[in-house]
Design a protein around this ligand. Structure first.
Ligand SMILES: *Cc1c(COP(=O)(O)O)cnc(C)c1O
Ligand SMILES: [Zn+2]
Length: 432
């Protein structure tokens, strides 16, 4: 924590010591989301891009000097546990997908490969360490499913108790993960937004440590590690002499806006340290039925001017009627000259097999939305043919098999008989 200078309110700019407030700016209530401010001079004295890139850890913990945790607590918990394998997910070149879109340089960052199969492990890993620093008996979160699965799984790895609030409509695979990891699971008969507020009330009433996205200022800090990894892996793959190299564009699926805000934070860190020289454009992709940030961006609204809307989509992980990290999300897109895009549920579902067949990455609907967004961005001329483009695949298709099957249709059925196999294959090739 010695590298953290303060926590700064994203609305009024007031700064607080890290031991002064736990969650939000006291003047702005739950909207007063805080940004963690680092002492970059001190970090630069501790590590260089070269020493960082030479570290042996293949996980988010290789970036420990840039994380807001007690390094001793983090090392102790990560040593030999699942917590130690969060992050450093593959960055796959995707030449066939690129070719199909008329692009030359496309990569897929595969966070379906995280321990609990979603990007949320990056944030929940930090929450588990913060909870231990505070000696909390219980950690809690509200979630559409993945943040909860991540918290429950990583907590189970270190013997930490969890209480989880998820909407009753969460996909069964995500609920199964929670139950298997031994969380106390409360299915809320309401929306994610209602589960979020209920979880805040419960943690205040019972003294639990709260991991809620955007409310807890440290979650973006875990999420920012994906930006470091993208720049480091891209440098290695493109033979860059510098250890970190940014792409031109990153496509990110957006619900609450914490991931896109976190990616922006990671890039801002690297720029402030002088380790990268320019910012990629960040393109946020929302589902048509849950696109308040696209609206706000198109209408030039500020985060604090937004009001809750009714939200729905097949991509449950990006359904948020009032995105909790809207201030950081809008800032991420505006400050990088990026864009917000909407994609329909049909486009999202079609993107699942397209991504799976084009590069072998099996994505849940919310994650496939980023690829659907790339297809749209190319159509609209928002991405140039020669640019280096990264698509963030945030969660595994195994999280929501029912939605995947809507896109793929059913398999062929045959009798245990070779003639029937011939018939089926002939019929299938007719259908192609
Ligand atoms: C949470 C999540 C998102 C969206 O992240 P936000 O921070 O809510 O914008 C996208 N994809 C998956 C798989 C997620 O779990
Ligand atoms: Zn404030």
């Amino acid at each position: 924590m010695k590298n953290v200078m303060s926590l700064r309110c994203t609305i009024c700019g007031a700064e607080y010591g890290a031991n002064e407030v736990d969650y939000v700016c006291p003047h702005h209530g739950n909207d007063g989301i805080l940004d963690v401010v680092y002492d970059y001079d001190r970090i630069r004295r501790e590590v260089s891009p070269e020493t960082l890139a030479a570290r042996p850890e293949r996980s988010i913990w290789r970036y420990l000097p840039l994380l807001p945790v007690d390094p001793e607590v983090a090392r102790h918990l990560a040593e030999g546990t699942v917590l130690g394998s969060v992050g450093w997910t593959p960055l796959y070149p995707a030449p066939r997908l690129a070719h199909g879109l008329g692009l030359r340089h496309l990569w897929v960052k595969d966070d379906s490969r995280q321990p609990t199969a979603s990007f949320k492990d990056r944030a929940s890993a930090v929450a588990v360490v913060k909870a231990r620093e505070r000696g909390a008996e219980v950690v809690t979160t509200a979630s559409t499913g993945n943040a909860a699965a991540a918290l429950a799984g990583l907590s189970a790895a270190v013997g930490q108790r969890t209480v989880i609030f998820v909407p009753r409509t969460a996909p069964p695979a995500k609920v199964a993960q929670l139950l298997a990891f031994g969380a106390t699971v409360l299915l809320v008969d309401g929306t994610y937004d209602q589960a979020f507020d209920l979880c805040l009330e419960a943690s205040a009433a019972f003294g639990w440590y709260n991991r809620n996205t955007a409310y807890n200022p440290y979650m973006s800090e875990g999420k920012k590690t994906a930006a470091y990894e993208i720049c480091e892996q891209l440098a290695a793959q493109t033979g860059s002499p510098a250890p970190f190299r940014p792409p031109d564009v990153i496509l990110i699926p957006v619900g609450d806006g914490c991931i896109i805000g976190g990616i922006h934070k990671g890039l801002r860190d690297l720029a402030a340290l002088g380790w990268i020289e320019r910012m990629p454009r960040l393109i946020g992709v929302q589902a048509e039925g849950s696109s308040p940030l696209v609206d706000a961006w198109e209408r030039g609204l500020e985060g604090w001017e937004m009001v809750p809307v009714e939200a729905h989509s097949v991509a449950d992980s990006i359904v948020a009627g009032l995105p909790r990290d809207r201030i950081k999300a809008l800032r991420a897109v505006r400050e990088t000259g990026g864009a917000f895009l909407r994609v329909s549920d049909e486009e999202i579902l079609a993107a699942i097999p397209a991504l799976a067949r084009g590069c072998g990455v099996f994505a849940e609907p919310a994650a496939a939305a980023a690829y659907a967004g790339l297809v749209k961005a190319v159509e609209r001329g928002l991405v140039g043919a020669e640019e280096q483009v990264v698509v963030l695949a945030t969660g595994s298709g195994l999280k929501d098999v029912a939605s995947v099957m809507k896109a793929t249709g059913q398999p062929l059925t045959v009798a245990p008989d070779l003639e029937d196999v011939r018939r089926a294959l002939a019929k299938e090739s007719e259908g192609r």
